[in-house]
Design a protein around this ligand. Structure first.
Ligand SMILES: Nc1ncnc2c1ncn2[C@@H]1O[C@H](COP(=O)(O)OP(=O)(O)OP(=O)(O)O)[C@@H](O)[C@H]1O
Ligand SMILES: C[C@H](N)[C@H](N)CCCCCC(=O)O
Ligand SMILES: [Mg+2]
Length: 234
């Protein structure tokens, strides 16, 4: 897909993809763009009558300067906080990649930049046939990887980066999120990833309440702006 879309993945679930996505949305807004978030499959919602409320979707919305229909920003919502493929199966719903592509395409018509947050990690399943990786491939979006900085993240980050590359997609950058305050040798682990990953380190987040309302730096936004639409993009 085009430079209008960025796909946010992570080394796992709960590594800060939503926090990073909201910071990316705010970064694009501060750079003068109309920016919006999309959560293709949100499992883990609170029910309020007929409505399902998801914190990822709400955080994207709070960061955005675009009023976009919920049906486009969060096409598939499920109550249980479980793998989306199981949640969809239990709800009797097929998560359709073409429908998600269509929603993303419609979002590109009402926003300059669309930040799409995956669920879980790169190979988290959306069905028995399709994974988050397949969705990102369908969208042809440059990928941003959030690394939850904790013991084990080096392997997870390298596996994810290799898989993105093997999928023929571009890793546009990565974001370090210090999820474990007791992580020993944070600096050495960061240095290893900086040396091993060809993509730029876009940001090192702080693990503080302020991180929930912060924005990615103008310099990082400028780096992301280098990505141009591939010929077969939306
Ligand atoms: N940098 C940070 N500062 C403060 N809190 C954070 C930070 N990063 C993550 N958190 C908190 O950790 C939890 C998990 O983060 P988040 O929801 O962003 O993970 P995720 O990767 O988006 O998970 P999912 O796979 O469910 O979408 C949340 O409660 C979030 O507020
Ligand atoms: C419910 C959770 N917070 C996420 N939304 C979904 C995580 C899916 C992980 C699937 C897996 O890799 O096992
Ligand atoms: Mg999230």
């Amino acid at each position: 897909m085009s430079s209008k879309l960025f796909f946010v993945t992570g080394t796992d679930t709960d590594v800060g993809k939503t926090v990073a996505s909201a910071q990316l949305i705010r970064g694009f807004v501060r750079a003068g763009f109309d920016a919006v978030g999309m959560k293709p499959a949100a499992s883990g919602c609170i029910r309020s009558g007929d409505i399902l409320i998801n914190t990822d979707v709400e955080m994207h919305r709070a960061a955005s300067n675009v009023q976009a229909p919920a049906a486009l920003c969060s096409p598939y919502l499920f109550e249980p906080a479980i793998s989306p493929h199981i949640a969809a199966h239990e709800a009797g719903i097929d998560i359709d990649l073409q429908h998600l592509k269509n929603c993303a395409e419609q979002l590109t018509r009402i926003a300059d930049r669309v930040i799409i947050e995956g669920a879980g990690g790169w190979f988290a399943p959306l069905s028995t046939q399709a994974t988050i990786a397949d969705l990102a491939t369908e969208l042809q979006a440059p990928v941003i990887m959030v690394v939850g900085m904790r013991l084990g993240c080096l392997n997870h980050a390298m596996l994810t980066a290799k898989a993105i590359e093997q999928q023929g997609l571009t890793l546009a950058g990565w974001i370090a999120n210090p999820v474990d305050p007791l992580f020993s040798r944070y600096a050495e682990n960061l240095a290893y990833l900086k040396q091993q990953l060809a993509a730029p380190l876009l940001a090192e987040l702080s693990y503080t309440p302020e991180a929930l309302n912060a924005a990615i730096s103008p310099a990082a936004i400028a780096q992301l702006e280098q990505f141009k639409s591939p010929p077969d993009s939306i």
